[in-house]
Design a protein around this ligand. Structure first.
Ligand code: NAP
Length: 552
């Protein structure tokens, strides 16, 4: 309902129309709440709307990286590949938006700039860039974990004569690389995935690498029809199974997913035995050792196997050495999956620029100058990452109790209860917030679990006439301590590890391990037990609910 002043009033304001925003709108509507999703882009799909760079592909199998809330949707949608490509996922999400008639509750090209909690009314008022205002009892930040690009401040970037494009803000109409000298900066997942594709399209590709990457072949291919039929016949078991695993993936859908066997310990093998495993399993032999997860010596032994594989694959020994990761543990950063990444460096029209021999000094009109040389370029592609997990939340002027701003409250690192709520910010929910499994698990399963948990909480409040819910400081402190304690038992917080999980890719960002590493299955047990215990760690305030059920 929009009043004369142009303010739209709903029960729930959702920020974002990616997977989390789409499902939120759908479920809340089914439950009789009014909701609107505000989306910055001019299309739905979130991550899969923005990251349309060549080669963009999900690292979770398609049959598992899909919604489980509708059996009809599961049955009617056909996936074509084991691992879905960006265009296919974007088509799927547009289908979801149409099939469930979600677009009528989505405002595109609407960037949320500020949101303020009214302590007397127990409502949030949300300001947007076009100037429209929205109020809602609840605010759900479905803003994604990897949605704010990290753009390095290279001197002279604006002087470059050709296009500078970001993998995470890729132009809808694509980029013409034919006959062009292309410079790609960044060798994380986005850079690694785009390298072979850019090599195919460009006249010459220069890959600017600051840190070599641990990446594994995806073994992607067409999805066998019998595998799809089997999954469709057993989707309920599959979905239930996902929730009992640490990563939200059963691995039963045609994808080759390496499972670590508890009894496979690299330090208990001889050199010959390790090499025999390497001969048999190739790249996958470098990540099957259980002791590599916790023992630095075992981890380094796995890293050495990895470097042997690089040398076996890359013909030029100097290039192989430059591409070999050293000095930080395998598994401390997000594993990358690729299609013929290392083989691409055997092409004559691909050059690796090892920035450890001299970093980027500036961009000028004709290319990139490093401390080693000037590289003449026609197009620059930046695959330089994201301000992960907190960036999309701290960029909005989010004001909770006493006018406190989330950005300030989190100045020394994010603190959230279960990654869902922040003390001092009542009626605000975050989907896949810091302290939840999120980026360490299948995001779709995490999203469904969070959206359903929040929706259940809203129904509980409606039934009890509550108008305000807030995490307690004690519960939040306890959870944050637990999240940190578990992370400290893994390689992921090793001093040599500088990952975006730790915020280490953003200058000045506090070094705090962001996601919950204890596993999705344990996290679900915890969030379920919180509810069973009467929403332990949350306080509720009453009042006229204003949340009377409406006809769906
Ligand atoms: P990223 O992993 O953070 O990688 C950024 C890259 O840019 C790194 O190689 C980094 O080097 C480099 N870089 C940053 N600033 C630089 C500078 N000033 N000079 C030179 N190099 C610089 O980002 P991403 O590749 O976009 O991936 C982020 C995450 O998104 C992934 O880990 C994954 O979770 C997700 N993702 C998933 C998929 C998939 O499902 N397959 C695909 C794409 C992205 P340093 O390492 O030295 O910092």
């Amino acid at each position: 309902m929009t009043d004369a002043a142009g303010t739209t009033e709903v029960d729930v304001v959702v920020v974002g129309a990616g997977m989390a925003g789409l499902y939120s709108i759908h479920l809340l509507r089914e439950l009789g709440f009014t909701a609107v999703a505000l989306e910055q882009g001019d299309g739905v799909g979130g991550t899969w709307f923005w990251n349309r760079y060549p080669g963009a592909r999900c690292d979770v199998p398609s049959l598992e990286y899909s919604f489980g809330f509708s059996e009809e949707l599961e049955q009617e949608w056909e996936w074509s590949e084991v691992f879905p490509s960006q265009p296919e996922i974007e088509r799927y999400l547009n289908h979801v938006a149409d099939r469930f008639d979600l677009r009528r509750d989505i405002r595109l090209e609407t960037r949320v700039t500020a949101a303020t909690y009214d302590e007397a009314q127990h409502t949030w008022t949300v300001e947007t860039e076009p100037g429209d205002t929205f109020t809602g009892r609840f605010l759900i930040m479905a803003t994604g974990c990897l949605s704010v690009p990290q753009i390095p401040d290279f001197p002279g970037r604006d002087t470059f004569a050709g296009p500078v494009v970001f993998t995470s803000m890729w132009p809808r109409d694509g980029v013409d690389f034919a006959g062009k000298r292309v410079g790609l900066v960044g060798t994380g997942s986005s850079g690694v995935q785009s390298t072979p594709e850019l090599a195919d399209m460009a006249e010459h590709l220069y890959v600017f690498q600051r840190t070599p990457t641990y990446t594994w072949p995806s073994h992607n291919g067409p999805l066998p029809p019998e595998v799809q039929r089997e999954a469709k016949a057993n989707y309920r078991e599959l979905r239930a199974g996902q929730r009992t695993t640490p990563g939200g993936v059963t691995g039963s859908t045609g994808a080759i997913i390496m499972q670590m066997a508890e009894d496979r310990r690299i330090l208990e093998t001889t050199e010959e035995e390790r090499l025999a495993v390497l001969d048999e399993m190739q790249w996958d032999a470098t990540r099957v050792w259980a002791d590599a997860l916790t023992d630095p010596e075992a981890n380094e032994a796995s890293c050495e196997l990895y470097r042997i594989m690089v040398r076996r694959t890359v013909e030029d020994p100097d290039v192989a050495e430059a591409l070999s990761p050293r000095g930080f543990p395998i598994g401390c950063k997000r594993p990358v999956i690729d299609s013929h990444y290392f083989e691409t460096f055997n092409r004559d029209d691909v050059t690796l620029i090892d920035l450890r021999k001299g970093g980027i000094e500036e961009i000028d009109e004709t290319g990139i100058r490093t401390a080693q040389a000037h590289v003449d370029l026609d197009v620059i592609v930046l695959a330089t990452g994201f301000d992960a997990m907190t960036g999309a939340l701290t960029r909005v002027d989010l004001r909770g109790r006493d006018g406190k701003v989330l950005r300030d409250v989190w100045a020394h690192g994010p603190r959230a209860y279960l990654g869902l709520q922040v003390a001092g910010f009542p009626n605000l929910f975050v989907i896949n917030g810091p302290g939840s499994p999120s980026v360490l698990a299948n995001m779709v399963v995490c999203i469904e679990q969070h959206v359903e948990w929040i929706a259940d909480c809203l129904v509980y409040m409606r039934e009890h006439g509550y108008t305000e819910v807030e995490a307690t400081v004690e519960a939040q402190d306890g959870w944050v301590d637990h999240v940190n304690a578990i992370a400290d038992t893994t390689m992921m917080t090793a001093p040599s590890c500088n990952s975006w999980y730790l915020g280490a890719n953003i200058p000045g960002k506090p070094r705090v391990f962001l996601p919950y590493v204890g596993g999705l299955h344990r996290y679900i047990e915890k969030t379920d037990s919180v509810v069973a215990g009467g929403y332990e760690g949350f306080t509720f305030a009453g009042g006229p609910s204003g949340l009377a059920p409406k006809a769906p």
